[in-house]
Design a protein. Structure first.
Lengths: 290, 385, 277
C-alpha cells in the first residue's frame, strides 16, 4: 500500500463515526451553546442572543450543592460497581467456559425490562415494611426506625445497580484475552496468588477497568431518574435541576448553561483520573501499553 | 510515521479543527432565528368547520379512554367514516409542552388535530399563540350538554379554545387504618406522620391546597401568599416531614404503606390495591381541574376534530368513557345512564360535595410574577435555595 | 470440616459469581413472580393476592404493548448493528494509528456520555425540525446510534489495548494480505470485545427514555409506553411479556450452546479423515 493510502486509513476508519457524531451531536451542541448565551423568557418576547455569560455563573452558584452531590453519588456508585463487577467479570471471562454468552446476557437482561419496571421491582423489594429491609435492620446496615427508600443510600444503590453492566462488560472484554497459563507460570515461579493477581491479571485488565470507570462515572453524574424515584428533596442531583429548569421553569438558557458547566466539570475530573491511571490504559498508545 | 507534535503538524491540526468548527456553525446557522420562543406571531385563527371525513390524529393521556375492542374511537369511525389514530403520548403537561414547543413555534402540530392538556397548560399555549379558537356554533352538542359549572372557567371564560375531556379532584389519599385522623391538608404536617407523607410535584395542586388549609382562597391569593406557602413546604421537606414530592408514583408508596397519607388525585383510587386507602375530601375543600381538548395551529382536518368533540359529548358515548376512566365527567345527563355509578361522588359529585372546592389557579400577577413563583417552587423541590 | 472449607475456598469465586448474577436478576424474578399475581383491575399492584395464569393466557392481548415492544426490538437491533460497526472502526483507528486530531476525536467520543439526556434530546429535536426530518423511527434510529457509538468505542478499545499483534504479524509474514489478516485473525480475536460492546449498545437503545421521548413523534417505544401507562396502572401483560422475552432468549442461548456441545462431542468420537497428501 502506498504511503498516502496508509496515511488515509485511520481517517477512513474514523470517518463514518466522526461524521455521525459531528452531524448529530456537535451541531446540536452548538445550538445548546448558543442557547446558553441567550436571555429573556419564553412567555415575554422569547429568548434573544445577548452573550449572557452570567447564565454560567448563575448556574454554578445556584446548583453547586447538587453538582457536588452528583459527583459524590456517581463516585460512590462507580466504586461499588467496580467492587461488585470485577470478580463477576473475572468469573465470566476465565471460569465460565462455554456459558459466557449466557452469563453476559444475564448481566444485560435487566435492561430489557425498562428502567421504570425494574425500579418498581426494587421498590417492592425494599419497601419500608418488607422482609429485605428487616434483614438490613437486623444487620444494622439500616437504623431501626429508618428506611431504605427516599434516602441517599437508595439513590447510590440505584445508580450502582443500573450501571453495573457498564462496568462488567469492558472489564470482561479486556480480561477475556488473558491466557490463564500466564497465572500458572507465575505460580510456577513461586508467586503467591495475590502476587500473580497484582502482577499479571490486574495490569492486563487495566484498560477494562479504566473503560468501565469512565462508562459508569460519566453518565452517572448527569443521571436524574434514580434521584427522582428513589430519593427525596435532599437527594436531588444536577440532572434533576436541569430537568426542572428545562421542563418546568422553561429557562432554556440556564438549563443549557448548567449542562455545559456540568460537562466541563466531568471533563476536568476525567482528565485528572486519566493522568493518574495512565493515559496508555485509555488511549492505548501501543508503546506505552507494552 | 510522524507524530503530531512538531509545530507544523500542530498548526495544521488547529487549522483543520477551525475548518470543522466553521462548517458546523455554517450548517447550524442556516436555520437560525433571532429570537427563540416568545410565541407564534400568526394571530388568532378560528378552527374551520366542514364535512366530517378523512383522518385525524388525537393525542391524549393514558387510560383516558378504553382502547380495547369496540371502543369510542371505533364507534366514531363507524358513524362518520373518519379514520382516527388515537395516541396516548401526553404523560405530563410540562414534558408534552417541552417536546412539542419547537413545532408549535413554527405553527406545526406534528400531525395532531387534537391534544388534551390541563387547564393551565391550555391557557399558556393559547397565550403563546399555539392554539386555534373554536366557534360555539360548530359544537352544538358540546355546549348543549356541558355541565354548567364548567361553562365558564377562570382560565377560559368564554370557552374560546378549550373543551373539557374529563375533570378531576385533587385532595388527599389516606390510609384509613394507619392515619385515620388525617382530615385536613394541615394534618399532613403532623410530626407523628413524619417521613410517611408525600405531596404532588404539581405546583398548582399542592400549593393551593396548602394555602386553603391555612384559610387563604387560592383564586384570590397574592404572590406573597404563594411564596409563604412554598416556604412552609420547604421547611417540611427539609425536616423530613414530607418524604418526597411525587408524580403519580405515590400510588406504589401507598399500596405498600411506605406512605400513609398523601396529596392525590380522585381517579387514582382504582389503581391503589390496598383496601384501606381511600380518597378523602379535605375539610377545607379540594382543587378542581379539567383536562381539555384543544386544537393546535397547524392541525390537519379541523372539521373532523370538531366532529369528535361533539361526538364525545353525547351522553350515551360519554357514559362509556366515564365508566372506564372513573374521573369526573364534564357532560350532563350521564348519571341517568349509569345508575350504578350515579352515587359515586368521585364521578358524579353533587354541588354539596364540592362546595368548598376551588378551581385550579395560576399564580397571580404578570408573567414575571408567575415565573418567580414557579422558580421558588422548583427550587424547593430540587433542594436549592 | 476442613474439606468443606477447602471446597469453599476453591469455589469462592464461582459462588460469588452466582450470588452476583442472582442480585442482577432479582428484579426479573420479582417481575416474573408478579406476572402470576391475581389483581382486580388487570393492573400491577405488587401485593400478592393469589396465583393465576389468566394473564399468561392473554399474554398478547394488549396491542399497544406488543407494538411498542416490537418497535423497540427493531430499533435496538438496527441501531446496535450500525453503532457497533461504526464504533469498532473508530476504536481501531484510535488505538492502532497515529494521526492528527486524535485528541479531538477522543473529546468527540467522551462528550456525548457527559451530556445530560434532556439536553441532547431537546437539541436533537430542534435540529431535526430545522432540517425538516420527519419525527419517527428514522429520527429515533439516528439518535440511538449517536449515543451508542461512544460506548462501543470505549469497550472495543479496552479489548484492543495490549492486543498481542504477533499472530497478525505472523500472518503477514506468511504473505496474507491485510484484509484477510483482519478478517481471519483480528476480527475473531476481537470478537468478545465486539460482542460486549454490542450487548451494551442494545441495552442502551432498548432502555432509552428521555432522548426517545423528545424525538419519537407519535411512534411509541417500549419505555415510552411503560412511562405512559404507569400513570394509571401498568397492565400485568407487561410483566408477562418481559418474563417471556427473558425466558425465550435464555432458552435460545442454552439451546445453541447445547447444540455446540453435541457437535463437539460428535467430532471427538468420529476420527478426523486423513488429509489427502
Amino acid at each position: 500500500m502506498s504511503t498516502l493510502r496508509r496515511r488515509l486509513v485511520p481517517y477512513g476508519l474514523l470517518g463514518p463515526g466522526a461524521i455521525w457524531l459531528l452531524l448529530f451531536f456537535a451541531v446540536p451542541m452548538y445550538f445548546m451553546g448558543e442557547m446558553a448565551l441567550r436571555s429573556g423568557s419564553l412567555d415575554t418576547g422569547g429568548f434573544t442572543f445577548t452573550w449572557e455569560w452570567q447564565n454560567f455563573s448563575d448556574a454554578l452558584s445556584g446548583s453547586n450543592e447538587q453538582l457536588v452531590r452528583s459527583f459524590v453519588y456517581a463516585g460512590l456508585a462507580t466504586f461499588f460497581a467496580l467492587l461488585i463487577a470485577y470478580p463477576l467479570a473475572y468469573a465470566i471471562a476465565l471460569r465460565a467456559g462455554r456459558w459466557k454468552l449466557l452469563l453476559l446476557f444475564a448481566v444485560v437482561a435487566p435492561f430489557f425490562t425498562t428502567y421504570l419496571i425494574r425500579t418498581i421491582a426494587w421498590k417492592t423489594i425494599l419497601a419500608d415494611a418488607s422482609p429485605a429491609v428487616d434483614v438490613l435492620q437486623f444487620l444494622h446496615l439500616v437504623p431501626q426506625d429508618g428506611r431504605v427508600l427516599a434516602t441517599g443510600g437508595a439513590v447510590v444503590a440505584g445508580l450502582t445497580y443500573n450501571f453495573l453492566p457498564f462496568m462488567i462488560l469492558p472489564i470482561y472484554a479486556s480480561l477475556e484475552r488473558m491466557d490463564v497459563r500466564l497465572i500458572e507460570s507465575a505460580k510456577d515461579l513461586y508467586a503467591s496468588s495475590t502476587q500473580a493477581f497484582l502482577r499479571v491479571t490486574l495490569p492486563i485488565s487495566a484498560p477494562g477497568i479504566v473503560a468501565g470507570v469512565l462508562l459508569t462515572f460519566i453518565p452517572a453524574v448527569g443521571d436524574y431518574v434514580n434521584a427522582l424515584l428513589l430519593g427525596g428533596t435532599g437527594q436531588s442531583m444536577v440532572g434533576n435541576v436541569i430537568q426542572s429548569l428545562y421542563l418546568q421553569q422553561r429557562d432554556y438558557p440556564e438549563a443549557s448553561a448548567l449542562s455545559f458547566v456540568m460537562m466541563l466539570a466531568i471533563l476536568a475530573v476525567v482528565v485528572v483520573y486519566l493522568r493518574f491511571a495512565g493515559t496508555g490504559a485509555f488511549m492505548g498508545d501501543e508503546e506505552e501499553a507494552k | 510515521m510522524r507524530h503530531s507534535n512538531d509545530s507544523a503538524g500542530r498548526g495544521r491540526a488547529a487549522l483543520l479543527a477551525l475548518l470543522a468548527l466553521i462548517a458546523a456553525v455554517a450548517i447550524a446557522a442556516c436555520g437560525d432565528d433571532d429570537s427563540v420562543g416568545g410565541g407564534s406571531d400568526s394571530g388568532t385563527q378560528v378552527a374551520k368547520s366542514g364535512p366530517v371525513k378523512g383522518e385525524i390524529t388525537i393525542s391524549n393521556w393514558p387510560a383516558y379512554m378504553d382502547t380495547g375492542k369496540d371502543n369510542t374511537v371505533a364507534e366514531f369511525e363507524d358513524e362518520t367514516g373518519v379514520k382516527v389514530d388515537y395516541v396516548e403520548d401526553v404523560n405530563d403537561n410540562a414534558e408534552f409542552f417541552g417536546k412539542l414547543r419547537p413545532q408549535l413555534e413554527q405553527g406545526e402540530s406534528g400531525g395532531r388535530s387534537i391534544f388534551v392538556v390541563t387547564d393551565w397548560m391550555a391557557k399558556q399555549m393559547f397565550d403563546l399563540g399555539y392554539l386555534q379558537e373554536i366557534d360555539h356554533d360548530d359544537l352544538q352538542t358540546v355546549f348543549a350538554n356541558i355541565r354548567p359549572d364548567l361553562e365558564s372557567p377562570a382560565f377560559d371564560p368564554e370557552r374560546k379554545f378549550s373543551v373539557p375531556w374529563q375533570s378531576g379532584l385533587t385532595g388527599m389519599m389516606v390510609n384509613e387504618k394507619l392515619a385515620p385522623d388525617v382530615k385536613s391538608v394541615n394534618d399532613l404536617f403532623d410530626p407523628k406522620y413524619k417521613g410517611k407523607v408525600t405531596m404532588l410535584s404539581e405546583m398548582r395542586d399542592t400549593v393551593p391546597l396548602v394555602m386553603k388549609a391555612d384559610g387563604v382562597d387560592p383564586t384570590e391569593a397574592s404572590k406573597q401568599d404563594w411564596l409563604d406557602a412554598i416556604d412552609k413546604l420547604r421547611d417540611a421537606a427539609e425536616s423530613g416531614q414530607i418524604r418526597r414530592f411525587t408524580g403519580n408514583d405515590y400510588n406504589q408508596d401507598m399500596t405498600n404503606e411506605n406512605v400513609v397519607a398523601a396529596i392525590g388525585w380522585s381517579g387514582d383510587t382504582s389503581i391503589i390495591e390496598n383496601p384501606d386507602v381511600k380518597w378523602r375530601m379535605p375539610t377545607e375543600g379540594c382543587i378542581l381541574w379539567s383536562d381539555n381538548m384543544v386544537i393546535p395551529k397547524g392541525a390537519p382536518n379541523t372539521p373532523a376534530a370538531l366532529g369528535w368533540m361533539d361526538f364525545v359529548y353525547e351522553p350515551k358515548v360519554q357514559a362509556d368513557i366515564a365508566a372506564y376512566v372513573q374521573y369526573v365527567t364534564p357532560v350532563d345527563g350521564v348519571a341517568e345512564i349509569l345508575p350504578k355509578l350515579a352515587d359515586n361522588q368521585l364521578i358524579f359529585p353533587d354541588a354539596q360535595f364540592t362546595e368548598s372546592c376551588s378551581t385550579q389557579p395560576d399564580p397571580p400577577g404578570s408573567k414575571e410574577d408567575q415565573q418567580e413563583v414557579t422558580e421558588a417552587f422548583q427550587d424547593m423541590i430540587t433542594g436549592q435555595g | 470440616m476442613s474439606g468443606a472449607w477447602q471446597w469453599l475456598r476453591r469455589n469462592a469465586l464461582l459462588l460469588y459469581a452466582g450470588v452476583a448474577v442472582l442480585y442482577m436478576l432479582l428484579p426479573i424474578i420479582v417481575i416474573a413472580l408478579f406476572s402470576f399475581d391475581q389483581t382486580s383491575s388487570g393492573k400491577l399492584d405488587y401485593r400478592w393476592s393469589g396465583f393465576t395464569l389468566d394473564y399468561w393466557k392473554d399474554a398478547f392481548s394488549d396491542d399497544a404493548v406488543n407494538e411498542a415492544m416490537i418497535t423497540s426490538l427493531q430499533l435496538a437491533a438496527l441501531s446496535t448493528i450500525v453503532a457497533t460497526a461504526i464504533g469498532t472502526l473508530m476504536a481501531l483507528a484510535l488505538v492502532r494509528h497515529q494521526f492528527r486530531g486524535r485528541g479531538a476525536a477522543n473529546l468527540l467520543i467522551i462528550l456525548p456520555m457527559a451530556t445530560p439526556e434532556i439536553v441532547i434530546g431537546a437539541s436533537l429535536l430542534s435540529m431535526f425540525l430545522i432540517y425538516g426530518i420527519q419525527l419517527g423511527f428514522t429520527t429515533l434510529f439516528i439518535a440511538h446510534v449517536m449515543f451508542s457509538i461512544s460506548f462501543v468505542v470505549v469497550v472495543v478499545r479496552s479489548r484492543l489495548i495490549g492486543f498481542d499483534r504477533s499472530l497478525e504479524e505472523a500472518a503477514a509474514d506468511l504473505g496474507a494480505p491485510p484484509l484477510t489478516t483482519f478478517r481471519t485473525i483480528t476480527l475473531p480475536l476481537l470478537a468478545p470485545g465486539i460482542v460486549a460492546a454490542a450487548l451494551l449498545a442494545f441495552a442502551l437503545s432498548i432502555d432509552d427514555f428521555v432522548i426517545s421521548n423528545f424525538n419519537s413523534g407519535t411512534t411509541e417505544t417500549f419505555p415510552l409506553y411503560i412511562f405512559g401507562v404507569s400513570l394509571r396502572g401498568i397492565p400485568v401483560q407487561v410483566n408477562v411479556l418481559a418474563t417471556l422475552l427473558f425466558a425465550v432468549t435464555v432458552i435460545g442461548i442454552v439451546f445453541v450452546l447445547w447444540q455446540q456441545q453435541r457437535a463437539e462431542r460428535m467430532a471427538a468420537v468420529r476420527p478426523e479423515p486423513e488429509p489427502a497428501v
